[in-house]
Design a binder for this molecule. Structure first.
Ligand code: HEM
Length: 246
């Protein structure tokens, strides 16, 4: 391990992103893009000429199946945030507004502080992205349960809205056969709130993704060459002292 003042101007390769973090990142990119794509198909299906109840439900089922993969990947990353290597741990990535202020002042003074892990602005971005992904996960699973009675909450919802004596597994999405209308109406406001948060969460996430990509390209070109390749190789090549240590 090298400390900042020992490094002068030598160039060092630092192991930063471990394999599980990199795998999570790229699998997450693929799954989020797929979820956005199917989500947009669901939203604009009529304009695209996709009609009929069966097609509507099939699109939702496809979105939810991809959603489960997304959920498994995100839950793994959350676990890895507690047990993974140094830079993967949430405890080492807590955003700090005073650190952001310090980083921005250093940039304004024409300095170019280097970080092995995320720089202070990167830490804030990752925090907001992870939080938004978690909101999408929770509202998505809730919506899957209340909308098409899919796990993990679907069976409980179907049991709640089924008329007395009706088997919950016979309750079908968008079909009121065997459904207690009053109980269905009780569930609707919760379903609607989760749906709104999920929809606006998706738009917010798209903005975050755009901002993230622009910021990473900007940082790569202006301040921290090599940050993009590090998300493939796991290694950052840095010349001079670093603000953080391995
Ligand atoms: C980053 C992850 C996700 C994104 C970007 C995303 C995006 C979207 C979008 C754009 C819609 C259309 C909104 C609407 O119809 O009102 C939607 C709907 C839906 N999503 Fe997701 N989603 C994500 C994760 C999930 C997950 C993890 C699940 C569950 C496993 C899920 C389940 C659903 C369901 C059931 C709907 C249909 C809601 C309805 O038609 O009312 N989503 N999602």
């Amino acid at each position: 391990m090298k400390l900042a003042n020992e490094q002068a101007n030598e160039t060092t390769n630092y192991r930063v992103w471990d394999k599980p973090s990199r795998l999570f990142h790229w699998i997450n990119v693929l799954l989020v893009l797929s979820l956005v794509f199917v989500g947009l198909l669901m939203l604009f299906r009529r304009d695209l000429g996709i009609t009929g109840l069966e097609a509507k439900i099939k699109l939702k089922e496809l979105h939810v199946v991809i959603g489960y993969l997304f959920a498994a990947n995100l839950l793994f990353r959350i676990l890895w945030g507690f047990i993974g290597s140094h830079f993967a741990r949430f405890a080492n990535n807590i955003p700090s507004f005073s650190a952001i202020k310090g980083y921005k002042s250093a940039l304004d003074r024409g300095e170019n502080p280097q970080y092995i892990g995320h720089n202070p602005i990167g830490k804030l971005a990752v925090f907001v992205i992870m939080l938004t992904l978690t909101v999408m996960l929770v509202t998505g699973l809730f919506r899957a349960g209340t909308d098409i009675y899919y796990p993990p909450f679907g069976h409980a919802v179907a049991e709640y809205i089924a008329q007395d004596g009706v088997d919950a597994s016979s309750i079908k999405p968008y079909d009121e056969t065997g459904v207690d209308k009053q109980k269905l109406d009780e569930v609707k406001p919760y379903k609607s709130v989760a749906g709104q948060v999920h929809l606006y969460g998706a738009y917010f996430l798209l903005l975050l993704i755009l901002f993230h990509v622009i910021a990473v390209i900007q940082a790569e070109r202006k301040h921290q060459p090599g940050i993009i390749s590090a998300m493939f190789s796991g290694i950052k090549r840095i010349t001079g002292p670093t603000q953080d240590k391995e």
